[in-house]
Design a protein around this ligand. Structure first.
Ligand code: 13P
Length: 370
């Protein structure tokens, strides 16, 4: 053996030992868990977060209608082009969740949207639930649908370039709900979806959203969120979902929107982190909160409070996967007007930067005046 060969085999042995140390639990697994784990980690790396731009047709049209924007495919395309062509978006955004219509669309100059996203260094994702419907026999409760033919759809999305997916389940709070029936049905469905995603090489974003609507207290939101998360992780375990290859997208622990007592950002941060430490296994790489109807500023302030108070002590990254809290200011500026595109893009860029700062724990109200 000459010197070079000896050196090469030495390096190979060292690399192999490091690999074996990091990946032993993924050995003998049929799917590419190394890739799943690496994508999940990238989605929460470097203080960046996820941009949810996956509003379904009815939701997108509803938001357009409120601002007098025509509810046509062309206006939805133009709006999504505005978002993905925002200069510098990749500085704070790691992944973007698209809707089926958008992943098939092109920008005005003919470039596929998914390519614009990838070129900006952003990982493309796709919403795959087909919406929440009434749950039979459970008045006021919902079940998200979309498992039929999901395996085939996931294969197609992977081939198109998507590397992660999202499924949103909604849990309502009132005096008499949620019931165990609704919690278990949604947890089971989320776990079936997540297992199918991992089989197809897509990182599942598991989103059990306890809604803010109502006058319930923060304590009640805590109890419901804790129960929902325990049930979801039980089901993920039962269905063989690998926790290292997924992301959790939950609600923060908040008082209901019309609850007379609205806690401070610090109290919300304490309650949220306490709840998640009890219910979310340390193997999950990241928790990316939804904004759920909070104002853009509050969503940044509360995420910031969590990172200021707990960042160095937590097993997972605490990040964002906001829809409205990133997009709403931009949408209100744009209102379908070509002349407003640049201003709207600046507003989106600003919100992304604010939440990037919140992940570091250096967001301040002063950033909003700049
Ligand atoms: P919001 O941040 O507007 O709640 O949207 C996030 C999302 O993706 C809901 O599914």
């Amino acid at each position: 053996m000459n010197h070079v060969t000896l050196h090469k085999s030495y390096v190979t042995t060292i690399l192999q030992s490091i690999h074996n140390l990091i990946i032993p639990k993924f050995k003998n697994q049929p799917m590419n868990l190394h890739e799943l784990n690496s994508t999940a980690k990238k989605l929460v790396a470097n203080h960046k977060g996820i941009l949810a731009m996956d509003e379904s047709l009815p939701t997108c049209n509803k938001r357009f209608a409120k601002l007098g924007i025509p509810q046509t495919e062309e206006f939805r395309r133009a709006y999504r082009e505005l978002i993905v062509t925002t200069a510098g978006l990749g500085e704070s955004i790691s992944g973007a969740i698209l809707f089926d219509e958008t992943i098939r669309q092109k920008t005005k100059d003919g470039t596929p949207m998914i390519q614009v996203i990838t070129d900006a260094g952003i990982i493309p994702g796709i919403k795959v639930d087909t919406g929440a419907r009434d749950l039979a026999g459970r008045p006021g409760e919902k079940i998200s649908e979309g498992l039929d033919e999901l395996r085939d759809r996931l294969i197609e999305y992977y081939q198109m370039g998507a590397r992660f997916a999202k499924w949103r389940a909604v849990i309502n709070i009132s005096d008499s709900i949620p019931t165990r029936g609704a919690i278990e049905a949604n947890a089971f469905t989320l776990a079936r979806y997540a297992a199918l995603c991992q089989e197809a090489g897509l990182v599942p974003i598991v989103e059990p959203e306890v809604l803010m609507d109502g006058n319930h207290t923060m304590k009640r939101c805590f109890e419901v969120t804790e129960e929902v998360l325990h049930t979801v992780f039980n089901q993920l375990y039962t269905q063989g979902v690998i926790l290292e290859g997924m992301i959790l997208k939950p609600n923060m622990v908040l008082p209901g929107l019309t609850c007379p007592k609205q806690e401070s950002a610090d109290d919300i941060a304490d309650a949220t982190v306490k709840c998640f430490l009890r219910a979310v296994p340390a193997a999950v790489p990241g928790i990316t909160f939804l904004s759920g109807g909070q104002t853009a500023e509050l969503a940044s302030e509360r995420l910031n409070a969590m990172n200021v108070r707990f960042k160095s002590q937590l097993p997972w990254e605490l990040s964002f996967s906001y829809g409205r809290a990133l997009q709403q200011p931009a949408l209100e500026i744009w209102r379908g007007k070509e002349a407003k595109v640049l201003k709207a893009q600046q507003a989106l860029y600003h919100r992304a930067k604010c939440n990037f700062a919140a992940r570091k724990g250096i967001y301040t109200a002063g950033m909003e005046k700049a």
